[in-house]
Design a binder for this molecule. Structure first.
Ligand code: 6GU
Length: 255
């Protein structure tokens, strides 16, 4: 019986060895061993037709750097997909910003293809004819799309059913509920004179839950107040936030 649907992600890159390691440890390793995630790395150069297997060339009209040639990328995409439908996504600093919500959205597809952009960019005809979406992982420039592709694979895989064990459930995570997680502790109860907060040792689950919620709200208010706009907050949450803002000497906003 097939308990979970598998997700396949094909990655097209000029530097396949970059993917050895990062995708072969921990949760992604286990997901692949269990057959929940199928990652296939393809060398774009293998699809170049000329004798020297050229994958880049000078930009028309002049300018700095090299441009990824269209033919190898077209051949690679068509050969690998072979008529199968899958969103083809380019990793480029020009893409829309990758977020928790985008990861969740991409995980709904049974198959994805990621193309790692390089050099000064790809020939525009690749964009026009092959690419359905472009993603960036943030406002900084990387030497290529490979590290970004690994980030996307990791974040998307977490939404594939069965990839996370019950213990790693995505529910409590930072961002899932729209808030950052509060402080966490494990044994020992006292480390170098620093005590674990008494409430966590109390065994009073309702009190612990209230404390965790309060800490999550406080941490989000201090570090990422922008996230509070979109978070779903109860009247009790709002009251706690008003109290924290007062303590921090910030204006209340409403009232
Ligand atoms: Cl997807 N590619 C490159 N080259 N730089 C980036 C990026 C992607 N996302 C953020 N910076």
């Amino acid at each position: 019986m097939l308990e979970y649907s598998q997700m396949r992600i094909d990655i097209l890159t000029l530097f396949p060895t970059m993917f050895c390691g990062a995708l072969q440890e921990s949760i992604l390793k286990r997901a692949q061993q269990r057959g929940l995630l199928h990652l296939v790395i393809h060398q774009i150069r293998d699809y170049a037709l000329d004798r020297h297997q050229m994958t880049d060339d000078l930009p028309y009209g002049g300018g700095v750097g090299m441009i990824m040639k269209p033919e190898p990328v077209f051949r690679a995409v068509r050969t690998v997909l072979g008529g199968t439908q899958a969103p083809v996504i380019l990793l480029t600093p020009q893409g829309r910003t990758f977020t928790h919500a985008v990861a969740q959205e991409l995980a709904q597809h049974p198959r994805l293809m990621l193309i790692c952009g390089h050099y000064e960019g790809v020939d525009e005809r690749v964009r026009e004819r092959l690419i359905i979406d472009e993603l960036s992982i943030g406002d900084y420039v990387l030497t290529g799309g490979e590290l970004a592709a690994m980030v996307v694979v990791d974040a998307v895989a977490r939404f594939v059913p069965g990839v996370l064990g019950a213990a790693e459930g995505a529910h409590d995570d930072s961002y899932a509920g729209g808030l950052l997680e509060g402080p966490q502790y494990t044994r020992p109860p006292v480390f170098e004179g620093r005590q674990v907060p008494e409430v966590l040792l109390s065994g009073d689950h309702a009190r612990i839950a209230r404390w965790k919620r309060a800490m999550a709200l406080q941490r989000t208010l201090v570090r990422r107040p922008d996230l509070l706009e979109a978070a779903s907050l109860s009247a009790e949450d709002e009251a706690l936030l008003r109290e924290f803002r007062r303590t921090l000497g910030e204006p209340d906003g409403v009232e």
